[in-house]
Design a protein around this ligand. Sequence first.
Ligand code: SAM
Length: 273
Amino acid sequence: MHYNDIKNVIEKNNFSFKKKFGQNFIVDQNIIMSIINKSNIDKDTLVIEIGPGAGSLTVMLAEYAKNVLCFEIDETLKVVLNETLKEYDNVDIVFGDFLKQDVNSYLKKYNYKKLYVIANLPYYITTPIIMKFIEDNIMVDKLILMVQKEVGNRFSAKVGTKDYSSLSIFLNYYFDINKILDVSRNVFIPKPNVDSIVVEFCKKNSKIYVKNEELFFKLVRDSFKQKRKTIRNNLKEYDLDKIESILTKHNLSLQSRAEQISIEVFADIVNNY
Ligand code: SAM
């Protein structure tokens, strides 16, 4: 289906865009083909798409993937998607809030060799969506996500920079992260106030060793609880002597702030705690 046709389907069905759902739909075939080409999806791949919108990306995913499993919160898109996807029998759409879904139970219905997530995410919940894949232990091989430019730059923030956060630590623990595309705000309807980037998250072959992942996650979260506070203040409930001895080894101290502490040092603390 051509992109002008998608615009027509939107108009014909009197669809009205909802800001509260972060609805900015892509209407540029080149951008969609770049995403498809860089993703290496094939007929062994199951793709999860969050927020298919009017289906402009979904159509091409359906062409190249074995199956596409979509989650869309806006039920008024049902008529639009029925029309744009009518030629494809390998697309399933679950209507509801993605954050509330038991994704692993849906996945049991499919046979696939690779599981990818490809989506132009609603900006207002980018981080919770990405964290859901980690917290629910959804075994994805790769995520290719279009996100707001500023947010995308935070994902791979390096230690010592202002964007370095617990999120960047968790993401870099699981994934190799690369920016693959700049996307102008002009390729969307309605046009958003910001530009976007497409970021690729590939599952790491070998993760950094962490003896107790639960403690690692808690320690990192607690260390960043109040960004301006020192480790001594954020980690009052921990054994500070033990933590201090490890920090000293890395030329840091209890006066350091979480943003100065690398993922390797957090791992060292957990492994010797
Ligand atoms: N994929 C389409 C495209 O690129 O043209 C639409 C992208 S638009 C930025 C985001 C989509 O996510 C919208 O269709 C919106 O309704 C949907 N959405 C927003 N919040 C959602 C949620 N919590 N769960 C599932 N879908 C959601």
